[in-house]
Write a protein that binds this ligand. Sequence first.
Ligand code: DPP
Ligand code: ZN
Length: 876
Amino acid sequence: TAAILLKDYRPSDYAIGRVHLDFQLHETETLVTATLSVRKRETTVAGTPLVLDGDELDLVSIALDSVSLGDEAYSATPQGLTVKTPPAAPFTLTIVTKLDPASNTKLMGLYRSSGVWCTQCEAEGFRRITYFLDRPDVLSVYDVRIEAPVAAAPVLLANGNPTTSGLVPDTDRHFAVWSDPHPKPSYLFALVAGDLGVVKDSFTTMSGRHVDLGVYVEHGNEERAVYAMDALKRSMRWDETAFGREYDLDVFNIVAVSDFNMGAMENKGLNVFNDKYVLANPDVATDQDYGGIEAVIAHEYFHNWTGNRITCRDWFQLCLKEGLTVFRDQEFTSDMRSRPVKRISDVRLLRSHQFPEDAGPLAHPVRPEKYMEISNFYTATVYEKGAEVIRALKVLIGDEAFKAGMDLYFDRHDGDAATIEQFVACFAEASGRDLSQFMLWYSQAGTPQLDIRDDYDGDNRTYRLTLSQSLGPTPEQSEKKPMVLPVRFGLVGPNGEDMLYETAKGAEVNGDVIVVDKAEQEIVFTGVASRPIPSILRNFSAPVRPILNMPIKDILFLMRHDSDPFNRWQSASTVAMYCLTASTEALRAGSSATIDGDYLAALAEIITDDALDPAFRALVLALPQEADIAREIGSNVDPDAIAGALRHARRTIGSKLGPTLDHLARFYHDEGAYSPDAESAGRRALANAAQDMRAASGNADVHARIMEKFGAATNMTDRLAALVSLVQNGASEAEQALGDFYEGYKSVPLVIDKWLAVQAARPGARTLDEVKRLTEHPAFSIRNPNRVRSLIGTFATANLPQFARADGAGFDFVADKVMRLDDINPQVAARILVSFRSWRNWEPVRQGLAEAALKRIAAKPNLSRDVRDIAERSLA
Ligand code: DPP
Ligand code: ZN
């Protein structure tokens, strides 16, 4: 199969104005009758063949204007259908296909999940239901009739508003008809039918429209859907106040399903969710789970405007909806919780997921220009970097122009399938700024480096800041141009406050933002009273990698005093990273690891500063992870040395700050009733981070105390935190705790995911055998994406020393599983395979072993396009 290229885009020859779908649901023999109103586009030559997409389809019949098409008039394969010479006038095409939802293990198109019929159509799943112009720029109005046995599927849902429903006379079946007045692309189609429980509520929009809300879950789980409903209502209100966006149908439904490839899906009026992002109560969900539910519910709801009302012209424009919607959900969470804490968490995620992508063989621009399989582009680059680029744009043009640009975008493009050019043009117009150089953020892959040097001239009271940017080569892009980097900054004076200056020359400086748009710029500040310490890239104003050429003592000063909370955290993290990389090097050279005493003192000062938000302090206490350190080191990486350095640092902090950590763990430990709000969650985060660091000291009494807390915990946050501390820190109580946990929660699959993940992330050479054994455990299923990600995914992405074992057994295990999954669910298989992406950064022995594993996968017969694409790009 050939690659699809952005530059080859052209509109479809035909439009499909209306779609009528009739589903006769059956477990293994579902019949779908699609009636399509097709019309030739004006510029299309009459008689041009109509070429419809299909994927593993079984055609039963086809008629044009109600007359069966003769064999000579069309050709059909499971992968497509061509009507050879369609009429020039508008016509109706009636296509009947037969589907087997029960054996659809790819979970794309129509499939069964725990007895429920459900669909997933993004990106190219609709073509697994019927032959269609399955591309986002073909917008149609849909009517859907669903018929199913009453007993198996009392609930029948589709997009839009419900119209009629009733019993089918003389049968055990009933039907429902749904109509969606808003034209939409096929990837937003959805249907759900099953025996489900529901939580109902309603919402009145700002213009007074009454909306019925429903969250559908398995019977018995209704109480666990209450928080999701609350998050939905808050999202709806927030989008009205923050973006002026109102909901546009009479109903909005969410359905939780247990087998789902992604997190959730924004189908118009009928969001389908991975149950992980719906179900919560204090006994089974952690604070992190609650936060995830709030964010994903919001994200999918916000897509109603950024994605559905305004959709993408083609899949290259995926970031048009995803980057923007992530930006919007980040803003929502910031308003609901703590803005700095949210910012730090997002940047940590960006660094751990997106930076490695940008630095390896799978690097691609935020708007890719080529793909083999679009499913492989639902990446951290498209989502998270896509959001960062919008955030940087807002810093560049200012809040007011940004808001005006958003309003213009909604106004001008409502109902369109739009492009990034059209989106950015709205901000250029609103701000009056030429954004052509800014567009490089969408076309150049890789993380720019920003090198920072400075010099103070006391005699002339001038301060010189030299900022230079560089961007290394990425696949198919060797030469890069300088980008526009909005750099938020402050000149921190000896008392910790920002210093004043008289003039700034050498670059555009707007308030506290320097606009860097050349390879190198020297900014000269006059009237600076004393030598400042530069605080650069405050609030992480652009997704770049800063290179600070600063003495540690200056960074420690910022860690203690910077008025920007982000840079306080950043400085703590920078010093920790400095210690950890130095220790890693020392351990490899046969000497011993060390940790900076001044860092320990500053750390103790911050974590005990009661004026600071506990959630912020918990983040300062969290050290960089193994993969972060590996990325920082960059080449010839030895994961065992990294693990040793980290172990040493944690042990040292855990013992040297022992009493402090004990105090925090006790003081912030919540005894009262659980509440998922940000403040309570922050207290728990600090108590548990302190407890965990304390556990790293290896002190047996501490472990015994944590075991007690594990047993006595009244919520999953504390219980899981205790379990993780015991297992990660090699406590003798670990086995007992794992056994108790399993016994307590074996009937709750989402908690079993945590149990699997804890064991997959466990340090030590025995883990691989344990993980292999767990793949045979009755609680595990290779067909369920959540189970697979929890066990195999965690092992491959969150246990670097064991995945990248020096004997290659970790690679071989993951490769075997990828090949097995390839026959079941290629999307999930491809996702797992991405864990190999940094293989060239490892030391030579591991590199060779990883390469061999990748080659073994690439050689598998009948390899899916998804896995082939990742394997080949990884090896290229
Ligand atoms: N469009 C979906 C999302 O919300 C894809 N899973 O990200
Ligand atoms: Zn999305």
